[in-house]
Design a protein around this ligand. Structure first.
Ligand SMILES: [Zn+2]
Length: 390
């Protein structure tokens, strides 16, 4: 379950999944069963189930070259299965529905449940995924699979500005001021880091994670429980899903990942999230609010240690607090390095790809702080106090 939970904690950070797809290697399902009502004595149903079996044996982009995935829409040609990074994690799959999508027999909605079950722990569902099976001439099983997103969003209201097109869940009103801010921000981040602006970003704006996950064909995917844990959305590279009404179009943190991701590969989570939080805040909080939050964590717990957190990968009992500690600490480092060494210094630490001890040494050199734990810890506390009162 660790990988699943890692993905979960990634998802709940507004920052969420970082930059470019594929996010994780898709893992085949060890078995594909059929559920109630899926009658494989019907030719179309049997063909679609065979198609799903062929796909889930190798659920990756090769599905297009193998003739299993449709290339009728631009989205299916370019992206393919946008849900695979989440749904295809090696869980047993059950086809729970092959249902006609409107009159005729040319398109079916295919519902697939990914879940583990055993008598001791009961059922642990990972995802309920919705794909489409479209009848196409020459297809190996008479049908090819296709993504939900282009079908669902076909008639949605949209607005384009600069490098971004925003798509709106029905009933969600565009906010022109936020659209302008987002378009300007994307250009400014590209300029600051001297990287080309993204060719094009598609941003889907809704009011909840459920809503934005449904539009890509994930009818269920676990979200972290408890108060204050709501995610901001999902970053699928050139496609961003915004599922937090407090954020809307100007999902600045994610735009940082989307701009830098293709040109400037990040070395560590600490500093890639640090740069995104430094420029774009996190989960509806401004950068300064993140510094104040870090300060409050430090004041509440004198045993918190910056080098120890780095060595443990910021794994603290409360995942929400761990995420905030990671993001705010990263932003604090980036902010201090920027003031001392400019954007060249920020680029250097952003691309650092090394073990925690070597990273702490490089950070101390960049900050001009002695490379011992006590000095780094003092710097962390003093700097957070200063930054949060600026
Ligand atoms: Zn992020």
């Amino acid at each position: 379950m660790t990988a699943v939970l890692n993905r979960l904690s990634l998802m709940m950070c507004a920052a969420s999944l970082i930059a470019t797809r594929p996010l994780h290697t898709q893992v085949p399902s060890p078995s594909v069963s059929v559920g109630f009502g899926v009658d494989t004595s019907i030719t179309d149903v049997r063909n679609v189930v065979s198609l799903v079996r062929a796909y889930l044996a190798k659920p990756d982009s090769s599905a297009r070259s193998r003739g299993i995935w449709s290339s009728t829409t631009e989205f299916d040609r370019r992206i393919g299965d946008v849900t695979a990074g989440q749904a295809n994690q090696g869980f047993p799959a059950t086809v729970v529905g092959v249902i006609s999508d409107g009159p005729g027999d040319s398109v079916y909605v295919v519902k697939i449940l990914y879940a583990r079950a055993d008598s001791a722990r009961g059922i642990a569902p990972l995802a309920l995924q919705r794909l489409y099976a479209v009848r196409e001439a020459g297809a190996p099983y008479a049908f090819r699979l296709a993504s939900a997103l282009p079908r669902i969003t076909r008639n949605w209201e949209r607005r384009s500005k600069g490098h971004i097109t925003f798509w709106y869940v029905p009933g969600h009103k565009p906010n022109p001021a936020k659209i302008d801010r987002a378009a300007r921000f994307v250009d400014s981040v590209a300029k600051l880091f001297s990287v080309p602006p993204p060719q094009h970003l598609e941003v889907y704006v809704g009011d909840s994670m459920d809503e934005v996950q449904r539009m890509i064909g994930l009818d269920f995917f676990p979200e972290s429980s408890g108060p204050g844990q709501r995610g901001g959305g999902l970053n699928l590279g050139s496609i961003l899903l915004v599922g937090n009404p407090a954020i809307g179009e100007d999902y600045l943190h994610e735009f940082v990942h989307a701009v830098l991701g293709p040109s400037l590969p990040a070395g560590s989570k600490l500093l890639s999230e640090g740069v995104a939080t430094w420029l774009g805040g996190s989960r509806g909080r401004t950068t300064r609010e993140m510094f104040a939050l870090l300060r409050s964590y430090q004041q509440a717990d004198s045993t918190l240690s910056f080098p120890a957190l780095v060595r443990q990968g910021f794994n603290v009992p409360d995942a929400d607090r761990g995420t905030n500690l990671l993001y705010a600490t990263g932003a604090l480092i980036v902010d201090a390095v920027h003031r001392k060494n400019g954007i060249a210094g920020v680029r250097r630490i952003y691309q650092l790809r090394t073990d925690p001890n070597a990273m702490l040494r490089s950070i101390s050199i960049e900050l001009g702080v002695p490379p011992d734990d006590a000095a780094l810890d003092r710097w962390w506390r003093t700097e957070a106090a200063r930054a949060s009162s600026r």
